[in-house]
Ligand binder design. Structure first.
Ligand code: GTP
Ligand code: MG
Length: 196
């Protein structure tokens, strides 16, 4: 998809605030600082539309980006950020769970993991949880520019093994917001899942 038109439509914490125009939605999840906002910016061809930061835990609300009147990207606040209080974490958990389990227009989730490392416990928990709720998942291993091309297969194998990756319900892509590697693959998956 060639994107010309995008708007940050809404920041929401509860269902009454979600957009009401029934467009398909693709949500982005992953631990704090993994690169969700950067991936959003890469897909919509903007430098800094979705707020990115070296400071983890920046995104605190569900941010709905309306793209070409065709779909929404939903940038979900990152998990696994240590400096967040227990209470904040519970609030976060409830907000995400409500969104992911009750949103009828949600067509799939892009789960970002760091291409350089084995998935964290939180990554594994999130992946299992998405499987349990039968949500189609694209696992994106991002920051792939930080490892040599010759190591990509090894990184992919490690991530898939640790997640107990299910090829029946999930897809996988290496990705870099720096080099734009994987961008077309990610768009293909999105288009297939929104019925474009
Ligand atoms: P939260 O909103 O805090 O959950 O973080 P986020 O997942 O949205 O991460 P964000 O996109 O803000 O990126 C965090 C940091 O990683 C920034 O400094 C980005 O520039 C950097 N980054 C993101 N993607 C890539 C990538 O593909 N390659 C490299 N080298 N750096 C990246
Ligand atoms: Mg972010």
């Amino acid at each position: 998809m060639d994107v010309h038109n995008v708007a940050l439509t809404i920041s929401a914490v509860r269902p009454a605030q979600y957009p009401s125009d029934a467009l398909p939605e693709i949500a982005l999840v992953g631990r704090s600082n993994v690169g969700k906002s950067s991936l959003t910016n890469t897909l919509i061809q903007r430098k800094a539309y979705a707020r990115t930061s070296a400071q983890p835990g920046k995104t605190q609300t569900l941010n709905f980006y309306k793209v070409e009147d065709a779909l929404y990207f939903v940038d979900v606040p990152g998990y696994g950020y240590a400096k967040v209080s227990q209470r904040e974490r519970e609030k976060w958990g409830q907000m995400i769970e409500t969104y992911l389990t009750q949103r009828e227009t949600l067509r799939g989730v892009i789960q970002l993991v760091d291409a350089r490392h084995a998935p964290s416990e939180d990554d594994i928990t999130m992946y299992n949880w998405l499987q349990y709720f039968d949500i189609p998942v694209l696992v994106v291993a991002t920051k792939a520019d930080k490892i040599a091309r010759g190591k990509w297969n090894q990184a992919e194998a490690l991530i898939k093994r640790e997640l107990e990756f299910n090829p029946g319900s999930s897809s996988f892509s290496m990705f870099s917001s720096m080099t734009k590697a994987g961008k077309d693959q990610v768009w293909q998956w999105i288009e297939a899942h929104i019925g474009a």
